[in-house]
Design a protein. Structure first.
Length: 236
């Protein structure tokens, strides 16, 4: 599409949420006006516009909510490599929103995004593998994807990785590791992790507790997992 149209779309996204300055007339960028620009650019093949148009259909912004239309525009953008659209298409497939539920297809989209480093996709893929959705369960692979998201700071992944270590499921049982990951998630306000950590403490030897404490101190010094990282839009 023409670069000027693309630039306008970006400007529209950036300015639509900003209030008008005092004493000035608001810019003509209401929902219907924005919708017409998104639709025009999307039909011209711009993947960003296609993704933004899909989100409007999904949420009912400026148009009547239409999950099927959202899927179609997510797919158009996803087929052009738009990462967020690929992820959303995986979500729609997993939930059966606007399209038939297909766990195998959802996993393919999540895997595509996960290999590109998208934290939420890494977690979702790990969760689907852990729960055996779409394919037989493989705890070892689930642990690998949980770990990728956990290392990046996603609390839900940290909690679930801690659970695998506590049970020895897909990884060797290691209470110190379990405590460590529960603690990392707890530091972000994850109440389930907080309860799991407190429960686990009663089953840990003094040696395990010392090992966990040392690992936490070392990790925080290295800042590989910040004490309070900025949480991405994670899933429970």
């Amino acid at each position: 599409m023409h670069p000027l149209i693309h630039a306008f779309l970006v400007l529209l996204v950036l300015t639509s949420a900003l209030p008008a300055a005092a004493g000035t007339a608001p810019a003509p960028t209401g929902p219907k006006s924005a919708q017409s620009w998104y639709l025009r650019a999307a039909k011209a093949g711009d993947p960003l516009a296609q993704y933004l148009l899909a989100t409007r259909y999904e949420r009912g912004l400026g148009v009547e909510a239409d999950a099927a239309q959202a899927v179609e525009w997510y797919r158009a953008a996803a087929q052009q490599g738009q990462l967020e659209a690929q992820f959303k298409l995986g979500v729609m497939r997993a939930k059966g929103r606007g399209i038939a539920r297909d766990y195998a297809a959802a996993r393919r989209w999540f895997r595509l995004c996960a290999t590109e480093g998208m934290i939420e996709a890494q977690y979702n893929l790990g969760l689907m593998i852990d729960q055996g959705l779409g394919e037989p369960r493989r705890a070892e692979e689930a642990a690998e994807w949980y770990r990728a998201a956990a290392e990046a700071g996603l609390a839900a992944a940290q909690r679930r990785l801690g659970r695998l270590y506590e049970l020895g499921d897909g990884v060797h049982r290691d209470y110190a590791q379990a405590f460590f990951w529960y603690e990392m998630a707890s530091r972000q306000g994850d109440q389930e992790a907080n309860a799991a950590r407190d429960r686990l403490t009663g089953d840990m030897s003094k040696r395990d507790q010392e090992a966990a404490s040392e690992q936490i101190a070392t990790r925080l010094r290295e800042s590989r997992v910040p004490a309070f990282p900025q949480s991405p839009a994670g899933k429970k």
